[in-house]
Design a protein around this ligand. Structure first.
Ligand code: HEM
Length: 109
């Protein structure tokens, strides 16, 4: 479900943003062009905007784009709907608040 490795963004069809070359900017190695961390998908429905440049605001669009860039597949609307419904099932059921104030309150309990 992501979060473990770097992968080329635009594996099959190139990603439109050609300026940010991801990991290659750090390593200076052309073999690392367009490598980005595969993000964990837990709570993904709540973490828009998507991709390394935040270019996409809807999860449906992110699913469509990923299928195109990473798999070379043009998903049909019902497939986009099904995959998006699955991704929404990866959300936490309760709201989690990571603010410092909230953590301090928890520690005091
Ligand atoms: C239908 C299958 C797939 C779905 C539904 C899917 C879903 C997603 C979603 C929703 C994101 C955006 C997450 C975010 O920005 O928080 C994402 C990003 C990403 N996915 Fe997938 N993915 C799929 C297949 C793949 C495959 C096959 C690969 C690589 C072999 C891959 C590699 C990546 C990478 C590298 C990113 C980060 C791209 C960036 O930051 O620009 N994905 N994926």
């Amino acid at each position: 479900m992501g979060g473990q490795l770097f992968m080329k963004m635009g594996l099959v069809n190139p990603y439109p943003n050609r300026i940010d070359k991801g990991r290659a900017h750090i390593t200076g190695n052309a073999a690392d062009d367009f490598l980005f961390k595969v993000p964990p998908l837990r709570n993904v429905a709540k973490t828009a905007p998507y991709f390394h440049d935040g270019a996409v605001y809807s999860l449906e669009q992110a699913v469509k784009d990923t299928a195109w860039h990473q798999l070379g597949v043009k998903l049909k609307p019902d497939a986009v709907e099904d995959i998006t419904a699955f991704l929404k099932a990866l959300d936490n059921e309760r709201e989690v608040n990571f603010t410092v104030t909230d953590n301090e309150q928890t520690r005091e309990e």
